[in-house]
Design a protein around this ligand. Structure first.
Ligand code: SF4
Length: 465
């Protein structure tokens, strides 16, 4: 998610490059909304940022402010209708919005929409309607009134014809940062996107804060008291290694996790190899902490997306085979420590151990740089239901047996937390320990709940399980 307010700049291209830097956060669809001060244009489609936009499209999008989004669906199917930015026309003009996160009180929020606005299929669409449709209120006033009503994870960028807005839920579950450009301002999900467009990091947008950015500069309002609970899984997997969250560089945190993993769970082995690329920093740390040499034993096809982000089980399994290929010369006859970032369903690791043995590995010791994922996430990661989470159903020894490894061990939760250098009480760890910082009503769970409610689940859903 990216936003820019910069008169005189090619804001469509800045947004494109910002989204390119954030492609790992969502690969199903991409879109840009842009305004020239008079009207908002939205261009979006299914696919990667590079598939959705070309030079001619970007050249045709002219203006001084823009927002962009690349989507990974956590509420609503991965279909064009649900792509972002969302757009609403209200009495006084338009509103476009991009959302990172997932709301947990969508049924109550949906009930607040006027009748003619009902039928939204995503939490984001509902929020857009609530912000846009407030006769007599400015967007800023509407946001101050409506945002406290939203519960769950929401890092937002939104815009009307003249103004860029950014807001972050009171827990600050998903990251959001403000950057300075020579001629304006940029807002991005991760600091790495600011680096890539040449913006200087100003600061994180605070939990519970609303920013308004226009020709008068940046104004800050607080719509709720901050109760920080940043997502721990950002440090494990979601964020880019060259991003900094809460002052801690993600790569450094991952390397430190690897060092701690080596101390906690040593292995008698010849080589440490990463599952590229998200397992690489922790493997570097494991090698450093254990003294076992580091090697690249798997070649990754960088053009295949992150496996668990794919929306259906069949694609997921195909993705694993497409994605990684072992280097036989490196691993043949070797006792391997294989470092990966997480085990969700166990399919990747099972296929991987099998591949490594086929390629001649003498032993395969799997080390995981996060604790077992035991609980679903309701705040913007589509992990699967508890029934699909392998650690929710099997013991570590049973998982080891299921994936065919010689040994298996995970970093303990407190060691992972220590590596982030963020106090434990300021982190959401719910997928690891079940302590959900924001209550989730039973009736608000389920990726397709809105589509089911309006009777569109069958045609819209790709392959809901
Ligand atoms: S449940 Fe896990 S993935 Fe979801 S926000 Fe909390 S730590 Fe992050």
């Amino acid at each position: 998610m990216f936003g820019v307010w910069a008169p005189g700049e090619e804001v469509s291209k800045l947004t494109y490059f910002g989204l390119y830097a954030l492609q790992h956060r969502g690969q199903e669809s991409a879109g840009i909304a842009l305004s020239d001060g008079e009207r908002i244009l939205v261009y979006k489609d299914m696919g990667l940022v590079s598939q959705v936009f070309n030079e001619a499209t970007l050249d045709s999008l002219r203006g001084h402010l823009a927002i962009g989004h690349c989507r990974y669906s956590t509420t609503g199917s991965p279909v064009w209708e649900n792509a972002q930015p969302t757009f609403y026309t209200a009495r006084d003009g338009g509103l476009a919005l991009g959302h990172n996160g997932n709301l947990v009180n969508t049924p109550e929020l949906a009930a607040m929409l006027p009748n003619e606005r009902r039928g939204a299929t995503t939490d984001t669409e509902i929020l857009t309607g609530l912000l846009a449709d407030n006769p007599g209120l400015s967007i800023e006033e509407a946001a101050m009134e409506r945002l406290p009503q939203a519960q769950g994870a929401f890092s937002l960028v939104f815009m009307d014809e003249t103004t860029l807005y950014a807001a972050r839920d009171p827990q600050g579950i998903r990251p959001l940062v403000l950057g300075r450009l020579d001629s304006g301002w940029a807002v991005a999900s991760e600091t790495a996107a600011l680096d890539i467009v040449g913006a200087t990091l100003v600061r994180e947008i605070e939990p519970g804060e609303l920013l308004t950015i226009d020709e008068r500069g940046v104004r800050s309002l607080r719509f709720a008291a901050a109760a920080p609970k940043g997502c721990l899984f950002e440090y494990v997997y979601l964020a880019r290694p060259d991003t900094t969250i809460a002052g801690r560089n993600v790569n450094s945190a991952r390397v430190e996790v690897g060092r701690r993993l080596a101390k906690q769970h040593p292995a008698d082995a010849d080589l440490v190899i990463p599952v590229p690329e998200s397992g690489t920093p922790a493997a570097v740390g494991y090698a450093d902490g254990s003294g076992i040499p580091f090697a690249q034993g798997l070649v990754k096809n960088s053009y295949v997306g992150r496996t668990f982000i794919q929306p259906s089980q069949s694609l997921r399994q195909l993705g694993i085979r497409l994605k990684l290929n072992p280097l036989r010369d490196v691993i043949e006859g070797k006792r391997l420590v294989v470092v990966d970032d997480s085990i969700v369903r166990g399919n990747t690791q099972r296929a991987l151990v099998h591949m490594l043995r086929d390629a001649g590995a003498a032993e395969v010791h799997v080390r995981i740089s996060s604790p077992p994922v035991l609980w679903p996430c309701y705040y913007g990661v589509d992990f699967a239901t508890k029934a699909e989470l392998i650690a929710g159903n099997l013991s570590t020894e049973e998982i080891r047996d299921s994936i065919g490894a010689d040994s298996l061990a995970y970093i303990p939760l407190d060691e992972l937390v220590a590596a982030t250098e963020v106090p434990k009480n300021r982190l959401c760890r719910a997928c690891f320990d079940g302590a959900y910082p924001i209550e989730v009503n039973e009736g608000a769970r389920g990726k397709y709940l809105l589509e089911k409610a309006c009777g569109t689940a069958a045609p819209l859903a790709a392959a809901p399980k």
